[in-house]
Write a protein that binds this ligand. Sequence first.
Ligand code: B12
Length: 316
Amino acid sequence: MEADSRYFKPRHPMGVVSRRTGLKPDVLRVWEKRYQAVRPSRRSANRRFYSDADIEKLLLLRRAIDGGRRIGQVVHLDNRELEELVAADQKAMVEVGTVKASFEKSDAESHFSACLVAVKQLNANELKNQLERAAVDLSQPHLIEGVLVPLMEKIGNLWSQGSLKVVHEHMASAVVRSFLGGMQASDEVLDSVPHLIAATPVRQFHELGALIVAATSESEGWGVTYLGAGLPAEEIAAAARQKRAGVVALSIVYPSDDPRLPQELRKLRRHLGHRVALLVGGRSALAYAAVVKEVRAKHLETLGELRAELRSLRWT
Ligand code: B12
């Protein structure tokens, strides 16, 4: 009974509701005014307060809209009806998505091959054009995981076997770097959007992993500030404070045995406090597993794990 009354108690301001539902404040206002989707209570200075029940309804409405429905078609449904509708839409999307994913996989392979040819020819313009074409044809995860990452991996292997020269790798890194930089949103990020800082710590100069983390996080709906490579803990923490970031993501690629890195991670945690989630990835992150655990950072291997983590952090 008591739990029930808490559920209907208007106790969440609009900022919290916006953060939890991913709906912008102006959308919340329109849904209220035009459709009476929920009826928040008004307190001093006309501020709205929402209950848990309101948030649940808004989340279901948002998921229905993500599935292709229009607000006017679903707003009158109760929560149970909405849940059924959302589940049916998601099932249909998974089925269509599986077919689409297999098309995308073969598309990604042909874009990857065309990019590799451009690298071998040392043709920066052609590589840039091929990446732009791939960006049009593929969804962002397929572009990153099906083209960019395997391309850099392959170049690294051909380089260490002596089949490609350092210049090929430098040209490709420069083009990929600027392409990834261009993928970052230029729009102003709303306060209601959760924020993530991406960087590499001091003496870690491979930055493509961090740039990829930035692009992936942005496609998950996070506001992202990409700081660059080789940054001291104090600088990263100051940026996190200024942007009121909930997450700091670090990429650790090379070297895997820097004796000063553990101290740097400890310093970062001290400066960040314990409310900011610290995520660590990259091919050498495991080499620092002990300190990663000590500073209560989370080690993630793949971009899929990153997406899952960002989704769960967003809703908590
Ligand atoms: C590009 C590149 C460079 C460029 C970097 C350009 C730049 N601005 O970043 C340059 C030319 C500068 C360079 C220099 C060197 N490099 Co280099 N480089 C590479 C190369 C070819 C690609 C790296 C890359 O960007 N990969 C693409 C990214 C996207 O992949 P990734 O970093 O593995 O990240 C993936 C995951 O780990 C994850 N991830 C990464 N970070 C994070 C973070 C989070 C939070 C999460 C969730 C996930 C995540 O996401 C990515 C996608 O799956 C690799 C070869 C390779 N196979 O990777 C060598 C490589 C990393 N380099 C290597 C070496 C040895 C060097 C040099 C020492 C070479 C030299 N003798 O000078 C120098 C060192 C420079 C320095 N001061 O540190 C070695 C490292 C070996 C080792 N022991 O670990 C590699 C593996 C090559 C090799 N096979 O020997 N390099």
